[in-house]
Ligand binder design. Structure first.
Ligand SMILES: [Zn+2]
Length: 565
């Protein structure tokens, strides 16, 4: 079935042209394009907080005309960018997809590796032949991979983000392309995993020096006050990622590239449903610096609302919104700026993670009478251990991890889970215990996941995420498109439900390790019979009773309760 006689294809095309059914009947009335928008660091409460201020056609396209799940939380502890993006498109947590962090210490390579790094590939689009990126660390496949399998490659799948991990991991193994930027220059790049040179349209985009119009700009709020400037720092080579990346101009830049990709790759005009994953990175770059409650973050969200409205209008002109499904979520939230939370008498503080690592290393050096870097990296609240140092002190993995965990507790963390413990599935049968089981990965050598007190941030400037608490786990989850029944759904939802729901509606297999639930309560009338048992009234409108639709009983809330898949 992989190849068909040319005459058959011609006949089919003629038939489609005559019936006027065009694309839709070529693939069972599925959408021509699915766009998954991931906002990097966007908390679930923002959509409510600014509800009265959103304009027409941006977030409100999803809030007023789509299915909006207000209580969507990650059910794991390692709320970082790489795991979050992997989770959304694999429909699995780290114990399924393997991506535990943005970076970890690799004991074999004796080096810190990043989640999407791949020495077997090279960067494409910048000179120098530096190592590139690929999804090779993923232990599960993605929604795009399943779409590719189901259509024998006819669907096209692309990822776009300022960060490689946010582009490569969600796009998956079979993606046609994943693009991100060279941090110094802002040029769009990819890796030899996908292709050996940029497509002409992308090369033309870079050659047209479009980065220049984003530099030396003032970002102003609605009153005309200058919030930030994108003037490169004098004497420094312009670092596009930091300078432009922490303003809404970065979203304009990404969306400009996304429009070009859609146009030149003719997304939505192929023989099968195409998929674009667009991760908007600027929110995270700014959010770490100023915190979620600052006027700048509000202005960033307002700008994004207008930018999305413009992008959705483009999709309407280019493909027709009736032929597009849109899903919106985020890879994680963020803690309030400790200074702001402490002012409200919450027990919030910045603590120096780097000093903590030095203290732990000197304590262990004294204990084993053998000075060494026992903890190679402390990306608070996670410690990456150095097996060589422990081996020299004749300490095995379980003991080493327990020693480091105890040291973390002495440094102020509430508890800890070790890699060897999680590998055995040894965690208390509690909501928190389950979050840590979901955070386990066989990748990353020896490690200890510390359980931090809430509102404690592991570095001295700004704020962070990477905890199991709601400020980090609560993210938006909203869908727009023909199958969805517009409404606000306060039922239990998780980011893993995104891939499961879209796969079901596309009529394809869910990704290999998906544990997501199909969000049946949000599906439009053809599915009403199914919905009627799930708290919808006669008109198919959801009843707002906060019910959790997972099976009830002693296992509710555990992995097994999510069904036999
Ligand atoms: Zn992120």
């Amino acid at each position: 079935m992989r190849t068909s006689p040319r005459s058959l294809i011609l006949g089919l095309l003629l038939c489609l042209a005559l019936t006027g059914a065009g694309f839709s009947s070529a693939y069972n009335a599925r959408p021509r394009l699915v766009v998954v928008i991931v906002i990097d660091q966007f908390r679930g409460d923002y959509l409510e907080r600014y509800r009265d201020q959103w304009g027409e056609g941006g977030f409100r396209l999803l809030l007023d005309h789509g299915a909006d799940f207000t209580d969507c939380n990650y059910d794991y502890a390692n709320t970082r960018t790489a795991p979050g993006h992997a989770t959304l498109l694999t429909g699995a947590y780290t114990n399924g997809h393997g991506i535990i962090a943005n970076e970890w210490w690799d004991p074999q390579k004796k080096a810190t590796v990043a989640a999407a790094d791949d020495d077997q590939t090279k960067l494409v689009g910048v000179p120098g032949g530096a190592p590139g990126a690929s999804p090779h660390n993923l232990l599960a496949d993605t929604l795009g991979d399943e779409l590719k399998l189901a259509t024998q490659g006819k669907s096209r799948v692309f990822g776009i983000a300022l960060k490689d991990r946010a582009s490569v991991l969600p796009a998956g193994f079979a993606a046609d392309g994943a693009y991100w930027i060279d941090r110094a220059t802002g040029a769009w790049i990819t890796s030899t995993y996908y292709r050996n040179q940029l497509p002409k349209w992308a090369q033309d985009f870079n050659d047209s020096k479009r980065t220049e119009k984003y530099l030396n700009q003032d970002w102003k709020d609605s009153q005309g006050n200058v919030l930030r400037s994108t003037k490169p720092v004098e004497g420094k080579t312009g670092n596009f990622y930091d300078v432009v990346g922490s303003t809404p101009l970065a979203n304009d830049y990404e969306l400009e590239f996304a429009r070009e990709l859609i146009t030149y790759e003719k997304l939505g005009n192929g023989p099968a449903t195409d998929l674009l994953i667009l991760s908007l990175s600027a929110n995270d770059i700014l959010g770490h610096k100023v915190g979620p409650d600052s006027p700048e973050m509000q202005a960033m969200a307002m700008a994004m609302d207008r930018q999305l409205a413009g992008f959705f209008e483009f999709l309407g002109h280019q493909i027709g919104l009736a032929n597009v499904w849109i899903a919106l979520s985020a890879d994680h939230g963020v803690a309030p700026l400790p200074k702001a939370a402490a002012a409200l008498h919450l027990p919030a503080a910045n603590v120096p993670g780097d000093k903590m690592r030095a203290q732990i290393n000197s304590r262990l050096s004294a204990r084993f009478s053998h000075p060494a870097e026992y903890v190679k990296a402390l990306d608070y609240p996670v410690a990456w251990l150095n097996p060589d140092a422990f081996a020299a002190a004749k300490v095995n993995e379980p003991d080493a991890e327990r020693d480091v965990g105890e040291a973390l507790q002495q440094a102020g963390l509430r508890a800890y889970y070790t890699r060897s413990q999680l590998e055995r599935g040894d965690a208390p049968n509690t909501e928190l215990g389950l979050k840590y089981l979901h955070s386990y990965s066989p990748l990353g050598g020896w490690y200890v996941l510390g359980v931090p007190p809430p509102f404690i941030v592991g570095f001295m400037g700004g704020t962070d995420h990477a905890t199991p608490y709601t400020y980090d786990t609560h993210v938006p989850l909203a869908f727009y498109g023909f199958p969805f029944q517009a409404g606000t759904y306060r039922t239990h939802a998780e980011p893993v439900d995104l891939a499961a729901t879209l796969a079901s509606l596309l009529g394809i297999n869910a990704p290999t390790h998906s544990i997501g639930r199909v969000l049946t309560e949000a599906l439009a009338p053809p599915h009403r019979a199914l919905n009627s048992i799930h708290g919808l009234d006669d008109r198919g409108m959801p009843t707002v009773d906060g019910r959790d639709f997972r099976p009830e009983g002693p296992l509710a809330g555990s992995t097994m309760a999510r069904g036999p898949r």
